[in-house]
Write a protein that binds this ligand. Structure first.
Ligand SMILES: [Zn+2]
Length: 262
C-alpha cells in the first residue's frame, strides 16, 4: 500500500504553486480540463487551483515515503502513551477517592467478612487464610500517607506519559528524546515484573517498548546514531519533492548556461 496516497486520500492532496518560474513550470501542467498542480506528497498532478502558494523556501516540508511511515509509527506510539497516561491518572484519582472513604470501606471489610464466614466454611474455603482476602486487607489497612504516595506516584507517571504522548504526536525532536529516555528507564521495571510473574500483557508491553527504543535510536537517529540530527534532516530534505524539483531546475539552468557559454 502506498502510504503517500493513503494520507492524500484522507487529508487531501497538498499542491503548492512556487513563485519561482522554473520551479513553477515543473509543478504545473495545462490539461484539457484546466490547470493541474503536482501534489508535494504523492507526486500526482491534481486538477484545480493550488492549495498553497508562495516562495519555494516557505513551502511546507511534507513528510512522504519513509518520513511519512515514521510519523505514523510515532503517532501510534503517542496514542498508546495517551491511553496509558489516562488510565494511570484514573487509577491515581481512584486511590485518592479510596483514601478519603477508607474508614467506611475498612468498617465494611471488618464487619462483612465475618458475616460471610458461615457460608465459606460450608464450601470449605478458609476465608481467613485466603490470599485474595489477605491482599484486600493489606490494601484496606494501608496507612493513609502510604496511599497518598501511591497516588502521587501514579499521577506523576500518568502526566509523564501524557507529556511523552504529546511530544510524539507533534513529531517533535524533544518528544522523541523524552520518549527514548522515559521508555529506557521503564525497561528494568518491566523486566523485573516479568521475573515476578510472566503474563502476555507484560511480555507485549516489554516487546513494544524495546522495539520503540531501538526504533527511536536507529530510525530517528537520536544521540548521534547514524549521523544524528544532521543526517536525519538531510534525509528528510532529500525526500522532499519540492527540493528534488528545485535541484533539477537548477541543474537545467546550469546546463543552459554552460551550453550558452560554450
Ligand atoms: Zn497527493
Amino acid at each position: 500500500m502506498d502510504l503517500n496516497l493513503w494520507v492524500c486520500g484522507r487529508r487531501g492532496h497538498l499542491t503548492y504553486a512556487p513563485v519561482e518560474d522554473d520551479l513553477r513550470a515543473r509543478l504545473h501542467a495545462e490539461t484539457a480540463l484546466g490547470a493541474a498542480w503536482r501534489c508535494l506528497r504523492c507526486g500526482d498532478f491534481v486538477l484545480g487551483e493550488p492549495r498553497m502558494a508562495g516562495p519555494a523556501a516557505d513551502a511546507p516540508l511534507v513528510p512522504r515515503g519513509r518520513a511519512l511511515r515514521d510519523a505514523i509509527i510515532l503517532r501510534l506510539l503517542a496514542l498508546e502513551r495517551f491511553t496509558k497516561g489516562l488510565l494511570v491518572l484514573a487509577a491515581g484519582y481512584g486511590v485518592i477517592q479510596f483514601r478519603d472513604s477508607r474508614d467506611a470501606i475498612q468498617r465494611a471489610f471488618h464487619e462483612d467478612i465475618p458475616l460471610l464466614k458461615p457460608f465459606t466454611d460450608k464450601i470449605g474455603w478458609n476465608l481467613e487464610n485466603s490470599t485474595i482476602v489477605e491482599t484486600i486487607r493489606r490494601v484496606v489497612e494501608a496507612r493513609s500517607d502510604t496511599l497518598l504516595w501511591v497516588a502521587i506516584a501514579l499521577i506523576v507517571y500518568g502526566v509523564l506519559q501524557l507529556v511523552e504522548g504529546t511530544g510524539l504526536w507533534l513529531l517533535k525532536r524533544w518528544g522523541e528524546y523524552f520518549a527514548l529516555i522515559a521508555t529506557s528507564l521503564g525497561l528494568p521495571i518491566e523486566i523485573y515484573e516479568l521475573t515476578e510473574r510472566i503474563t502476555w500483557f507484560r511480555i507485549a508491553a516489554l516487546v513494544i517498548n524495546v522495539a520503540a527504543v531501538v526504533y527511536l535510536l536507529v530510525a530517528k537517529r537520536l544521540f548521534g546514531v547514524r549521523g544524528g540530527h544532521a543526517a536525519y534532516e538531510a534525509e528528510r530534505h532529500e525526500m522532499s519533492l519540492l527540493e528534488v524539483e528545485h535541484a533539477a531546475a537548477r541543474q537545467t539552468a546550469d546546463e543552459r548556461t554552460s551550453v550558452a557559454a560554450g
